[in-house]
Structures are given as structure tokens and as C-alpha cells.
Design a protein around this ligand. Sequence first.
Ligand code: GLY
Length: 576
Amino acid sequence: MKKLLFLLITIIFISCKQEIKNTEAISPEVTSQIKADVKKSTIADKAMVVSAREEASKIGIEILKKGGNAFDAMIATEMALAVSFPFAGNLGGGGFMVYRTQYGEIGALDYREKAPLAASRDMYLDENGNFISEKSKVGGMAVGVPGTIAGIFAVHEKLGSLPIEEILEPVIALAKRGFVITRKQAKRLTHYNQVFLDTNKEPSIFTKAYKEGDTLKNSALSTTLSRISQNGRAEFYNGKTGEKLIKYLQSNNGIITMQDLNAYEAVWRDPIVFNYKELKIISMSPPSSGGICLAQILKLIEPFPIKEYGHNSVKTIQVITEAERRAYADRSFYLGDPDFVDIPVETLLSDDYLSGRMDDFSFDKATASESLSYGSIPGYESDETTHYSIVDQFGNAIAVTTTLNGAYGSKLYVKELGFFLNNEMDDFSAKPGTANMFGLVGGEANSIAPQKRMLSSMTPTLVEKNGKFWMTVGTPGGSKIITSVLQTILNVYEYDMTMQEAVDAPRFHHQWLPDVIRFEPNSFPKDSLKYLENKGYIVEEKKSTIIGKVDGIKILPNGKLEGGADRRGDDTAIGF
Ligand code: GLY
């Protein structure tokens, strides 16, 4: 009898599943696997830092405990990541910060790298016009003019409260005493060991064989940071550090000159601000595509009841995928450096424009990316980045994403100065219509020009609910950044997840071209993937072992802070 009952329930369950749902979320096996990986939420009363490394979060918190604000902690955390997470943390790269002060003022800082003065549109093409993709990824030609040091000093000047020497002191000490290598770091360093040797043609602290638990000391970086602490921004852009950097670059095929360093400025920009239902979302403006794409995707999915469809159900996946496809198609055509191209931001985010973009979507069949281009506007003529979120005891909140672009950037390590250099030039469309390292196909708006900033996907984002600060969130992941931030916000808002559950939940990604949906492997039920394939979607499970490493902080109803530090990395939330 019992067996019969069981059989009956199973049959009903299977038939319901086939008929309705294929909108079922995750299978029980997958759910238990994810539960096993999930980290415990970190809860704090007043302040919190969440970053890719425990050392960096600790130093950020130390600054806050001393009475510093979120902006002081930003400087310390950014530099501590350069020491302890050289994979993406940097002095030789750039980034973006979005902030909201305790008084509700909002803003954004662009310290993105720039193309050198000697750069030109076709610098990565051979005489037959073919893209030599290696040139924009590895070695001196790949390097954009770094913006990070200008960024931290701009933050300090406008919003900081403690003296820079006091902020940098624990970072300098960390570089000197060293940081402990984690299992993930040891694996990565081993993987890139030979590449570092081949690129730099000399051994360095990064070409040694490391294992988990070893300590990596970087005395050269400690000396560089001490000089910056004493001499300020000019040390990097006009001083001894700059001179050493240029000398090194020029002996490695680079084209950046002292004139480029002298000319570099970080820029305060207006963030992209939009509403999704009752939320006000504040995200990064161009030259990042993050804010605009995030806004477009959220606005395109807003009319669909995705809460009812269920988290990661096939209907939800279809709606999000189709919205992503359309937003990324627009990204490739319209977006670039706003100081060089005219971006129709208002139109791209307007209800009029967006209301027509999903007209051809049907749950019955995938839209082919080839059949879809950017939307027409009448009259309009990388994985390796890192994110941190900070909320301080005064109520200031920031979201910062910073990058070298690829893992360890161009792989060029300036031994004398102790840091890696970016390969951000690959974020330009070296040949409009040809894919970059993230498979992103760009257009003329993102073509190379001297002093221009390359288009980014970085999406540091703040969210307000009922007029109050509610969440800070962001992630690395190259082109997958935008869709990871999107899913995290939806996980919290639509699916009532905790911040930790939201960052840990399995993710998927579509970016118009290539026309595939990437799923984190073994994280989605096979029958859902099969169902999507039957609808004409191309499903790819292997290429992206992980999609994003999201770090965020959410304000709980009782006013406490909940941190979400992604299970996929060594990310750590610390608060008090
Ligand atoms: N380099 C990755 C990005 O800026 O999107």
C-alpha cells in the first residue's frame, strides 16, 4: 500500500513537473550541494567591510574602528587588496566607486585607465587588418594608463577624514610582514608561474613555488606605498615611482610616457539612477556599461511576475535571458567613453524605448541573437576584477569595483615597484565587430583613441528602499558582472533571500553574443536545461565554472547589517 502511494505521488510529481513546470527551481540534490557550500551570514551592529580577502576587510574595519569613515576605509581596503590579492587588487589598474553619504548625497568616481597618447584606432591590427588579440592582452602594449592612485587621492581629498599616512600605515605593514596564501591563491599562482616568467623574462616573488599556508612578503610594494604615503598622488604621476614605471614599460614594449601619467585625472561622474518597482538603484555610469545595462535589464523584466515564476525557474531564466540579450546588443553599439561619444542615456532608459524591446519575445521560442540588433533610436545619429562593499558607523555606504582586467592583468610585474600592470586595453573594441577576451563584441563607440577610456562592465551598485539606504553590491566577472549583480538584487528583493544566500545562489548569464546561456555547472536541474534547449536556447555549462564573486551588505529590518561574502572565493565579511 505504502509503495503504491509512493508510486502515485511520484507519478503526479513527475507529470506536474513536465507539464507545468519545467519552472521547478533547483533539484533536491543540487540544493543540498549548494547548502553545503553556503557560508553563514555575518551580522554586525554598525559597520562592515566585505572584500575578496580577510586581510583587506580587516584593515578596512581597523580604519573604521579608529574613527575613519567609509571613504578612508575605501583607500585602505583598495590598497590592502593590492597587497594581498594581486590577482586583481592593484596600483597598476583602475576602477569605479559609487557612494551614498550619511546625508543621502550620491555620486560616482571614475578612475578607469585611459589609452596612452600614442594609442591609435588600429594599433592591434596587422597589415591585413586582422586583430592580433595577444597584443592587447599580454605585455607592454596591453597596458592602459593606471588610475587607481589618482582614484584613492580623489576620494581622500573630497570625502576622507583621516590623514593618508594613518590610512596607509597598516597596508605598508601588511606588505612588509606578508600575507598568508590560501589554497585558491596557491593554485592560481602555480597556474601562472610560467606565464610570469615568459612575460617578464626574470624571476620574481611571483615566480616562486607557493603552497597553501606560505607567507608572501612584498617589500618592494611596501617601499612604493611608503613613498606614496609621504609624497602623495604626485609620487605616482610625476615622481620617482612614475619614472621607474615608465622606464620599465618602455623596456617592455609599452607606449605609455611620463606625459600620459602627468595628464591622468580621475573624474567625478553622475551615477545612473533608476527605479525598479519600489527600489531606487544607483549604479555606475559610462565609461562603465554596468549601470545602463543593469537598468535596461531590470526595466525589461519589471512587467513579468518573476516572483511567481520562481527563483531560477525556466520562465524566469527565459525572461532574464531575453532582457540580457537585448541590453547587451545595445551595449555593443551605443556605449563608450562619454568624454568621446554621445550616449543617448535618457532614451536608452526611457519607457518608450524599452517598452518595444521585448515585443518579439515569446515563451515558446528563444530569440536568435543574430536576428536582433541594437534598438533603433530615432534621431540618434574581463573575468578578473575585484569588488568590495563598505558601510560605516555614520551611515556612509560605498560600492567599489577595481581591476587589472585579466588575471594579474598584462602579467607584467614591475619588480622594483612591487605591482602588476593592467591589460585594460583589451576592453576597447580593437576591431569593431570582433570579440574581446570576454567574447564581448563592441562597436565604433568603443574604438581606441588617445586618452579615451575603454568601456567597462563593472557595476558597483547601491540600492535604496523607501528612501533609505538598503544594499551595496558588486562583483568581478568581466562581462558577467552586470548579470551577477542583477541576479543578486533580484534574489534579495524578489526571492526574499538573505544577503549571504543571494550571493551564493547559482547564476547564469547571457550577453547577446555569443548566443549561449552560460550556467554554473551542476547548479541547475538537467530537466530545466533540456527544456530550454527544446525552446531553442543554446546551453553551456562548462565554460564558466563560476559566474561572479559577489560581495554585498544589506540593512536588516532591525537596522543591523548583514554581509554576503561569496562562497566562490576567499571573500570575507567583517563588521562591528
Ligand atoms: N575589465 C573588466 C571590466 O572593466 O569590465
